[in-house]
Design a protein around this ligand. Structure first.
Ligand code: AMP
Ligand code: GLY
Length: 423
């Protein structure tokens, strides 16, 4: 079969790599893709929001399955456009992708269906929000309602910070229309875990757990980023916690969406906080995590294409997901200055070192073909992933491999997976 992948990051690279392993797949296209994805896919220069051009391409090439990696096109309704043209697509429709697209929606859903999450209020005007803050307890968390590249969450320690935050989100519209509405919620403490799952509208199959490192600097300092590194599994995500989440969070979320007439087919990414009062939902995403996918998919034994087809066909109950009994660590190699400002176009050396080395992978996040070779083309440039028998071995391998690649202003965190030592 022929597959089209929509997106251009490290997540889409690992999706392409995994799709290429499926005996069912003969040919892969990726729009727009990047220099690393080209190893597995023919990259076509169509923008991820150009749904008509993407659908026309899928028709012309007789694509059997389109996999949408990114949130923006899903929230914008790409799946609806493809379905209306009779094209098979993996990813939720617009009315289900709202689970990620609107934090106010997701909070209201959790409240209505008693899914554990932080206490909150939604606001549509700045004055009411400012009034509410006067009686609030700090720290407190402000969230722009819509998509904001993972940056629309502000943790405020004082009333002044929170007042400034309301102004940034709602008055100055720092995150654009994402700030037309805002959630103010209780600050939670605990360990964070990312659990990704396949969903067919009724049945949910969770993948192995992972943990992200969202801040730019070592020791969780600096600004929030899309994610600076991950490890999988999380040693803190025990069997008991999993059982609790399956019963109180995962299946109830799928059932709630179905009950609302918003049948969810695709990936639900549960961002969880393991609090002393039990696991609570921090956020939902409607797609694979990036860089969570880079540690979860390399550990997955099951044919990803088969699982995605089962999600579309509503036969996920007949699928068993299997994962290797090993561990993986991904260290994101960024361009110095990310997430604020950084330059592009630096030549990358050492990519060939990964060739033929089992258990070592370099997934491209922001790269392009330059005249002398592959160059940097984004803030997050590469995701160096390694597996190992356990987390410590995987971490040692990942930090060994991160030295193989080089480019000007190369930057990465030195403490990805440090939490493993506390397990
Ligand atoms: P989100 O995009 O909602 O996952 O938020 C980004 C990050 O902000 C999360 O990964 C957490 O580290 C942090 N965060 C979000 N909500 C809360 C909360 N209620 N309490 C504490 N930290 C939070
Ligand atoms: N790494 C977090 C995300 O993909 O949203």
């Amino acid at each position: 079969m022929k597959v089209l992948i929509v997106g251009s990051g490290g997540r889409e690279h690992v999706i392409a790599w995994k799709a290429a392993q499926s005996p069912k797949v003969d040919k892969i296209y990726c729009a727009p893709g990047n220099a690393g994805i080209e190893e597995y896919a023919e990259c076509v220069n169509i923008g991820v929001m150009d749904f008509d051009a993407l659908a026309a391409f899928a028709e012309e090439k007789q694509i059997d399955l389109t996999i949408v990696g990114m949130d923006d096109p899903l929230v914008g309704g790409i799946a609806d456009v493809f379905e209306a043209r009779g094209l098979r697509v993996f990813g939720p429709r617009k009315n289900a992708a709202i689970l990620e697209g609107s934090k106010a929606f997701s909070k209201d859903l959790m409240k209505k269906y008693h899914i554990p999450t932080a206490a909150y209020e939604n606001f549509t005007d700045a004055d009411t929000a400012l009034e509410y803050l006067k009686t609030a307890r700090f720290p407190i968390v402000l969230k722009a309602d819509g998509l904001a590249l993972g940056k629309g969450v502000l943790i405020c320690n004082t009333l002044q910070e929170a007042q400034d935050g309301v102004k940034e989100i709602m008055t100055d519209k720092k995150f654009g229309s994402a700030g037309n509405c805002m959630v103010i919620e209780e600050f939670m403490t605990g360990r964070e875990v990312s659990v990704l799952s396949f969903v067919d509208g009724r049945t949910i199959r969770t993948m192995t757990s992972a943990q992200d490192h969202k801040r730019a600097g070592d020791g969780d300092t600096g600004l929030n980023t899309g994610g600076m590194g991950t490890f999988s599994p999380s040693p803190f995500y025990t069997k008991e916690i999993d059982e609790y989440c399956q019963k109180h969070i995962y299946q109830p979320t799928v059932d709630a969406m179905a009950a609302e007439g918003r049948e969810f087919k695709g990936i639900i990414f549960f961002g969880l906080m393991l609090t002393k009062d039990g696991p609570k939902v921090l956020e939902y995403n409607a797609r694979f995590g990036d860089p969570e996918a880079q540690v979860v998919l390399p550990r997955m034994k099951t044919d990803m294409i088969e699982v995605m087809e089962a999600c579309i066909d509503g036969t996920l109950d007949q699928v068993d997901l299997e994962f290797e009994d090993n561990a993986a660590v991904c260290v994101v190699v960024a361009s110095g200055g990310y997430p604020v400002s950084y330059e592009k176009g630096f030549l990358i050396s050492g990519l060939d070192t990964f060739k033929g080395k089992d258990g070592y992978y370099v997934f491209h996040a922001g790269t392009a073909k330059g005249k002398d070779g592959i160059v940097t083309n984004g803030g997050r440039v590469l995701g160096v992933t390694a597996t190992g028998a356990d987390l410590k071995e995987a971490r040692a391998h990942a930090y060994e491999a991160v030295k193989w690649v080089d480019f000007e202003h190369k930057y990465y965190r030195n403490d990805i997976g440090k939490a493993i030592d506390e397990a």
